[in-house]
Design a protein around this ligand. Structure first.
Ligand code: ADP
Ligand code: ASP
Ligand code: MG
Length: 838
């Protein structure tokens, strides 16, 4: 007789772990490392395949056959390439490729039928989607076999029995137990590894149905249950179950262990890491379900089990359910009328809509509950129909619907019986100025659900995460904690100078990576960081005029959308560096809102209207991020830093005076030596000193902006337009197109030569000077005595003279080069390093 078999270990590989041949090979290695102990492999479809299949099916039903053909071709190529790379030529490979060919030939055929019928049923959708898992399982089995491991492909319909609800089937435990044992035991008994497609099951009449998105997690736990397994490893692209979605909360941490009930609550309430019902089958069992990092097979990730640890963390994790709507039934006539609540939920249930949060005021004047936004209208109509008589009698005022919401879910076993947890959550939200629209606490006190405006949900999660110090939970961060990810907004001269400098930073325990470049055309992003070589190639292409949208892997998106897209990824201490000369305030706010620090070389955002300036600062404050802009004044010279150090040490700055323009400094230096104006200005442009349009410098506008930045530091309350500016742009030249202006520079040479000579005749030199106090700012051309410190400025030198309480008689003077890509990039790098914690 057969011995009682040792229970197998279930290994499930998610889509990201099967992205391509290399990933599958690594998954095979993981399996081999666990052999010869008995194990069962469950696989998802290769990364992105389910999405592509579902999208293809929907488009086919709309008649878009061309698109389906392209999808089928791409998927065919993806699978065939993996098969060829993993399985040596021979009969096994040929058979595998026949399956691949057949799957996509049939896909096109079915799609043709859908296009003719213009109708897509859940049954057909499931049938089409199923090939993703079926093919990846066949490829995996063949690859494992090629690596010398005895295997057997077992189709999911022979194992998982369901109730037959297409699109969201529920497994039938009893029947699955029988068929799984029958199908899998013999394979396990002979020491081979069954490879089963996840996500799928059989309907009672033997067709294929899917278990809902992410369903292969459920396949794995279900098999664990029916085979009596003690351990399930879910291999994913995260280091474990995190305290929050890392794409939303950058400092999310791995929770080393969570209770099954906590994890189930998180999965059910929107944490995308687990199928919502995945833990159902093992809820009352002694099974350890581990979420394990595919990238780090030696790590155990997070253990989900019945142990209770981490008692000092009453709250362990958060998630948010997006796209929610709130329905409210109100009316004074409801008071004391029995059965209103029951009828309300019966009406919604009748429509097959699931309710995720309910609150009823104790006065019974209203019942309020949330449903997915997509079914909100349907729910409202059903309620109106149900309560038509009560509405007519004015016992019920009506059904109110509020959309665009999200439910924030705060989970932790320790919430039960620890007083004040809810208060801490609400205090954190209040401090972040987030409005709480509705709230409910389950009777288990395991979770606290809070409805907020959808746009506020990310900020709400970060606020609560910070309030409970979840970034200290001790299971390690998503990323290297000392890594900072830099996003360059603007990839012109300064950006291209800065990029290699950032790439070269080598300091102990500090890594700086550039993860994205954004220009006016679009962006290039790689969450793993852009290598110095790739940056150099992009810089070379950009210098030749190729926009980022057209660069390899480039995307077309506006800057704000690009920032939002980038921010959705797992970044570590993200820093957004603005190197443009554009009006980027909205983009910067998006970055701050998404948890990025901001470094500016761009003066515009801090010299726009006072209101906009105050709002930008407030945004940084609200999100707990910093906004640094040393390079906006005096390039790399420590001007703002000096100001801050003076103030921090108790000094008071009453006046800052100086020559804050490297371009004009250079120009007057050259003019003083007899160089014609046109030659001098062209020289400055060639060296990269002026703003993109040099009239910005000549008009005094650039100096006025710098003066305003200093002014706002010391209490000047006015606007750019309140600054008296003397323009050096010749009359009429401000109307010209830039190219025309540059062509006609020679016309201005004579007038400039005269001005210089007149100054020299008075024993002086020309300087462009700013005088800044809290009350007024003046900017203009002056003749300074040849013996004064300002006269001695050389090249692009800037000079700043601080008059303070301490430095009154003998002011504090800072002088040095104040323009040019290298020094400006140096100043920016200093700010970046400050934020990176160096
Ligand atoms: P699989 O490869 O098994 O399909 P998923 O993609 O379904 O894995 O789940 C992992 C993803 O879930 C991660 O990429 C992560 O962005 C997201 N996620 C959301 N919330 C969490 C959380 N609390 N912990 C870990 N990952 C989370
Ligand atoms: N491939 C399916 C999905 O993308 C199931 C899974 O990956 O678990 O939803
Ligand atoms: Mg998944």
């Amino acid at each position: 007789m057969a011995r009682t078999p040792r229970p197998p270990h279930i290994h499930k590989f998610g889509g990201a772990s099967l992205a391509n041949a290399a990933a599958i090979r690594q998954a095979v290695e993981i399996v081999l490392a666990h052999r010869p102990a008995p194990l069962v492999v469950v696989v998802s479809a290769m990364a992105g395949v389910t999405d592509a299949l579902l999208d293809g099916a929907a488009r086919a039903a709309r008649g878009d056959v061309g698109h389906v053909r392209a999808t089928a071709d791409a998927l065919h190529a993806q699978h065939a390439a993996a098969a060829r790379a993993l399985v040596p030529a021979g009969a096994g490979r040929d058979e595998l490729l026949r399956h691949v060919d057949a799957a996509f030939a049939e896909l096109e055929q079915v799609a043709g039928g859908l296009a003719a019928l213009r109708e897509l049923t859940p049954r057909t959708t499931d049938y089409l989607a199923a090939r993703g898992e079926r093919l990846s399982a066949r490829i995996f089995a063949a690859a494992l076999e090629a690596a010398g491991c005895p295997v057997a492909y077992v189709d999911a319909t022979a194992v998982v029995q369901t109730d037959g609800t297409f699109g969201n089937a529920s497994p039938d435990l009893r029947r699955t137990e029988r068929s799984a044992r029958k199908a899998l035991r013999p394979i396990l008994n002979r020491g081979a590894v069954p490879v089963v497609p996840g996500f799928l099951g059989a309907t009672p009449d033997g067709q294929v149905a899917t278990l809902g998105r992410g369903g292969s997690d459920l396949t794995a736990t279900l098999l664990a249950r029916v085979l009596g397994a003690r351990e399930v490893s879910l291999w994913k692209d995260v280091p474990g179950l995190l305290t929050a979605d890392p794409r939303v909360v950058p400092d999310a941490r791995v929770v080393p262990q969570v209770h099954l009930r906590e994890a189930a609550e998180l999965a059910y309430y929107g944490a995308k890491v687990l199928h919502p019902r995945a833990l159902g089958p093992v809820m009352k069992r002694s099974v350890a379900v581990r979420i394990r990092p595919f990238a780090e097979p030696a790590s155990l990730g997070t253990e989900i089990s019945r142990r209770r640890t981490l008692g000092e963390y009453p709250v362990k994790a958060l998630s948010a359910i997006p796209e929610q709507a709130l329905l409210t039934v109100t009316g004074s006539g409801m008071l004391g009328v029995p059965g209103i609540a029951a009828r309300t939920f019966a009406a919604v249930h009748h429509e097959g809509i699931s309710v995720s949060l309910i609150t009823q005021a104790s006065s019974e004047h209203s019942i309020c509950f949330s449903v997915p936004e997509a079914s909100a209208e349907r729910a409202r109509r059903s309620l109106e129909a149900t309560f038509r008589p009560e509405i007519a009698r004015e016992e019920i005022d009506g059904i109110e619907l509020q959309t665009g919401l999200a439910t924030l879910v705060v989970v932790g076993l320790g919430m039960a019986g620890t007083p004040g947890i809810a208060a801490r959550v609400f205090a954190a939200l209040a401090e972040a100025r987030i409005n709480v629209i509705a709230t409910a606490q389950g009777s288990s006190e395991l979770n606290l659900s809070i409805v907020v405006d959808g746009a506020e949900a990310p900020r709400a999660q970060r606020a609560v995460h910070a309030a409970f110090q979840l970034s200290k939970i001790g299971g390690g961060a998503v990323d290297h904690p000392d890594r900072s990810d830099v996003v360059l907004l603007g990839f012109g001269q300064i950006g291209r100078t800065l990029a290699p400098m950032i790439a070269k930073v080598k300091q102990d325990a500090l890594t700086l990576r550039i993860v994205a470049l954004i220009d006016r055309s679009g962006f290039v992003f790689d969450a793993a960081g852009l290598s110095p070589r790739r940056l150099a190639a992009l810089a070379a292409a950009k210098a030749k005029g190729t926009t980022l949208a057209k660069a390899p892997a480039g995307g077309r998106r506006g800057a704000t959308e690009a920032v939002a897209f980038i921010a959705r990824h797992a970044l570590s201490n993200p820093i957004l560096v603005d190197l443009t000369a554009d009006d980027t305030t909205e983009t910067l706010k998006a970055g701050l809102g998404a948890g990025m620090h901001v470094v500016l070389a761009n003066k515009r955002p801090v010299t726009a209207s006072k209101r906009s300036y105050v709002e930008l600062r407030a945004a940084a404050q609200t999100h707990g991020r910093r906004l640094l802009h040393e390079a906006t004044v005096g390039a790399g010279l420590p001007i703002i830093d000096t100001y801050q150090k003076l103030v921090e040490s108790g000094d008071r700055v009453s006046k800052i005076e100086g020559c804050p323009s490297g371009t004009l400094g250079y120009l007057f230096g050259e003019l003083g030596r007899g160089t014609p104006f046109s030659t001098a200005l062209r020289g400055a442009i060639a060296k990269g000193y002026p703003e993109p349009d040099p009239r910005e410098d000549l008009s005094g506008k650039d100096v006025a902006r710098k003066a305003l930045i200093l002014g706002r530091l010391i209490g000047f309350a006015g606007e750019l337009t309140d600054i008296a500016v003397e323009s050096l742009v010749p009359d009429g030249a401000d109307q010209l197109a830039l190219a025309a202006f540059l062509r006609r520079l020679d016309e201005y040479d004579a007038a400039w030569a005269e001005r210089v000579a007149a100054a020299a005749a008075r024993g002086g030199v020309l300087r462009y000077r700013a005088i800044v106090t809290a009350r007024s700012i003046r900017v203009g051309l002056v003749v300074v005595d040849a013996s004064s410190p300002m006269a001695s400025l050389n090249g692009t030198d800037n000079q700043f003279i601080f008059t303070t309480m301490r430095y009154r008689k003998n002011p504090l003077v800072i002088t040095g080069p104040g323009a040019g890509p290298a020094v400006t990039a140096g100043g920016i790098l200093n700010d970046v390093l400050k934020l990176a914690g160096a």
